[in-house]
Design a protein around this ligand. Structure first.
Ligand code: GDP
Ligand code: MG
Length: 306
């Protein structure tokens, strides 16, 4: 190999970019959906009900020019106030420190007081990109443009993009817009890695998602999910035991459902999702435990890693 070929081969490494992108916005604007599309794989749970993402989920997207490390935040909880919500909001602030660029997500044609509360807490020294999601809901291009202009006038955004996370529209444009904000760096994670979350964490997220879907309005406000055991047996089967913690016996009864039907549905669907994600046969046991007053118990929240 001559020296010139050698130097050219080395070159791509030099302009490679890698950095952290925080995704912030009030609950329900589509942050989790957006992140799932950005990385092309489902790892963050989504739901029609607000407040489904409690933990900070990192998603990673790698191509041959850059590696984006996304941080999905819990969203700002603005109505209830207890120890859990304080912790959630604290997580948002933490998620914003130390990122290279932040994405502020809002819904097309809808800018609420809750959006403004989040906007007021956006970092001043980190570039923020305004992302208007759910453009499929906008009636026409002109209204959408006027809407973007209106919101843009309220904060010094570094740029903006309109997308539909659900329909995968203009996601590639958003990645291109974000890229220049990432510092030049070699990738931090292996190129086939989509999350730094453990399989245990993902298993827990899947069960949480099913609980949200099947409980709807009946979802207990204070509820959490814990992985009690996660092991691979000799014949390649994954054996997973998951406990759902609630506050009251009455909530336990709702969760289990008549004749255990509801919990059975939840575990079956969760198991099927896990088999797909882990590409393995799964034995899953989900059960419900009552632990009263946990939402106000800070020490307990810490144990859960919140
Ligand atoms: P988060 O609370 O901000 O993480 O929001 P989610 O990602 O959980 O999404 C909340 C709801 O908005 C879900 O029902 C999504 O399917 C829906 N959603 C997300 N993106 C879009 C979109 O582009 N268009 C429409 N119509 N709905 C969307
Ligand atoms: Mg979410």
């Amino acid at each position: 190999m001559d020296i010139e070929t050698f130097l050219n081969n080395e070159k791509p490494q030099q302009d490679y970019r890698c950095g952290f992108v925080a995704i912030v916005g009030r609950p329900n604007v589509g942050k989790s959906t957006l992140m799932n599309h950005l990385i092309g794989q489902k790892i963050s749970i989504t739901s029609k009900k607000a407040q489904t993402t409690r933990n900070r989920v990192t998603g990673i997207y790698t191509d041959n020019t850059a590696q984006f490390v996304f941080v999905d935040t819990p969203g700002f909880q603005t109505t209830h106030r207890n120890a859990l919500n304080d912790r959630l909001n604290q997580n948002v602030t933490e998620a914003l420190s130390g990122v290279d660029v932040a994405v502020f997500v809002i819904e097309a044609m809808r800018f609420t007081d809750a959006d403004r509360i989040v906007m007021k807490q956006l970092p001043k020294h980190t570039p923020v990109i305004l992302v208007v999601n759910k453009i499929d809901k906008a009636k026409n291009k002109y209204d959408l443009e006027a809407f973007v202009e209106q919101v843009s006038s309220e904060f010094a955004f570094a740029g903006h993009e309109v997308v539909s996370a659900k329909h995968g529209l203009r996601i590639a444009n958003l990645l291109e817009l974000l890229k220049p904000y990432l510092p030049e760096s070699v990738p931090m994670y292996p190129e086939d890695m989509v999350t730094d979350k453990s399989s245990r964490f993902l298993a827990m997220e899947i069960v949480r998602e099913k609980l949200f879907r099947y409980l709807g309005e009946e979802l207990p406000y204070a509820m959490n999910v814990e992985v009690e055991q996660f092991e691979e047996t000799e014949n390649g089967l994954l054996r997973i035991y998951i406990a759902v913690l609630v506050d009251k016996d009455s909530q336990k009864a709702i969760l289990i459902g008549k004749g255990g039907e509801r919990l059975k549905k939840i575990s079956t669907e969760a198991r099927l999702d896990m088999e797909k994600l882990f590409d393995s046969k799964v034995f899953l046991k989900v059960w419900v435990k009552v632990k009263s007053g946990w939402a106000d118990d800070i020490r307990f929240l810490r144990e859960l890693g919140l």
